[in-house]
Design a protein around this ligand. Sequence first.
Ligand SMILES: Nc1nc2c(ncn2[C@@H]2O[C@H](COP(=O)(O)OP(=O)(O)OP(=O)(O)O)[C@@H](O)[C@H]2O)c(=O)[nH]1
Ligand SMILES: [Mg+2]
Length: 544
Amino acid sequence: FLLQPESTMRTSAWCLLLFGALLCGLVAVLLPTGGLGSAGLTRRLLPAYLRVHRLVAEFSRQLFGRSNKEGFAEKNAQNSCLYFLFDDTQLQRNRHLSILGTVFDVSESAFYKPGGEYEQFTGRDASRNFATSDTGAESGSFSDNLDGLSGAQLADLFEWQRFYFSKYKCVGYSRGRFYHPSLLETDYLRGMKAAADAHLARKSQLAENFPPCDATTIDGKTVVYCNGALNLDPNNVMPNTRYPRIFYNKFDATSGCACVLRDMRSDGRVAVYEACSPDALQCTVLRPPPPLQVGQCGNQIGSRFWDLALREHASVSRRGDFDDSLGTFFRQQPGEGQALKARAVLVDMEEGVVGELLKGRLRGVFDHSALITDVSGSGNNWAVGHCEYGLRHREALSESIRRCAEQCDCLQCFFLLHSMGGGTGSGLGTAILQLLRDQYPEVYRFVTAVYPSEDDDVITSPYNSVLAMRCLTDYADCVMPIDNACLAGIAQRVQDSGRTAAGSSAAAAGAAAVKGRQAIRRDEQHSGQPAAEPHGFRPLSPAR
Ligand SMILES: Nc1nc2c(ncn2[C@@H]2O[C@H](COP(=O)(O)OP(=O)(O)OP(=O)(O)O)[C@@H](O)[C@H]2O)c(=O)[nH]1
Ligand SMILES: [Mg+2]
């Protein structure tokens, strides 16, 4: 060891030698007096060993002019990890959390105590769950297998690890996939690190060429701009002046506003905003009309959409800024706090589902003036929804739709989401389509209709579907039918593949998307604000 060329090995060898001498001295002095019980021996001696190692590492660095490059020594010098090697039983017994093979003592945090919200992460290495934002609450699966994960997911995972370093004491390493028994990193861990680094390098290159635009709301409209100020003179430009463009980022599969230099304006990845001059330094974003969610099914699927949209945005815009992509689906309420409001019309003829939405986590997001409800529902009867409620609520529906339509800049289509099996979705949904046809004949009507499965529990669903289909034929311009049986099958398959945890990255991403957890917000990581929970979601607030 003493002759090893690697400074890490040499340092450790020297360290062990010195520590051994120290230990002998201690034992010689303390054992006869009964000063050290054997149970606490290792625990008491470890900090001393760590201190000796640091001293020797520093001495070695000064002497040989080299820093420790490899594996654990560098990490320890930076993060003060203890040199403990944990096996699975020890991890479980101590209720420690392992991420990428690094073990943290989370026992002091209420979140990880028995009954705590994140108890499930203790006693194991659930690195894959961190990377895929799967808390395991639904899937019940935990794994440290990172095969098939994307660079972005791996980069996220290493960020999680930094988070734990910043908040909890690192007490050692878990043996297995990420660390050899010698405490050196495995090739597997190095490969994952390299993939994450490559991702970050590409991402920072992209961020340099396509920095995000600033955005603000002027007269209720979203305006995107570059160069840090509004109302700049487009005739007085400098070589570093940037122009707002829609940027299609294939790398992250996202799109949004990016500021590009003059000679990058013809890049294939960018496009001019509709109704905005190519030389403009700011553009008003044209907002599409809001979706109309009708009935229980429409509102339940819709609510997951809003949830997912917010989480996706949170994962892309780490500061949670209000930008043009958020402006597509949300608007900022004028006044104090500038609350975010979903641009949706919620319709249901019973109060239950909408009431739940208004009590849930997204309660602040829905605009109460865009809710239309009744008390008793349509009783799974197309005719009640279509004829009775269609007539009774025609005025309110018309008014609500008009208000939403006025807030959008390019009224090209309406988008309706409902089931074909229930009374409200099929009956009132198609009555709304008829109303749109009458009042906005020039505007396209797109419908996503959920068709009942073979084992549907609504006995009248075949009748409702047939009656509604006739209306769709007459009033809709485009229908995207969704087979509920297929939907359930996909969800099941994705969940199963998530359970084995070694599924493909696509499956994992799909699982997270179905669960609506694609983008877990790292509250404490990014905000500097106190947050309620490390794995939870920041309370929604606008323009942060
Ligand atoms: N995929 C999916 N299908 C749903 C959901 N909720 C209900 N459905 C389906 O929708 C059909 C029943 O329609 P609902 O939307 O519950 O009924 P409704 O439109 O509220 O009508 P009424 O209850 O009669 O007033 C059945 O085929 C259900 O399987 C859901 O959350 N997801
Ligand atoms: Mg209902």
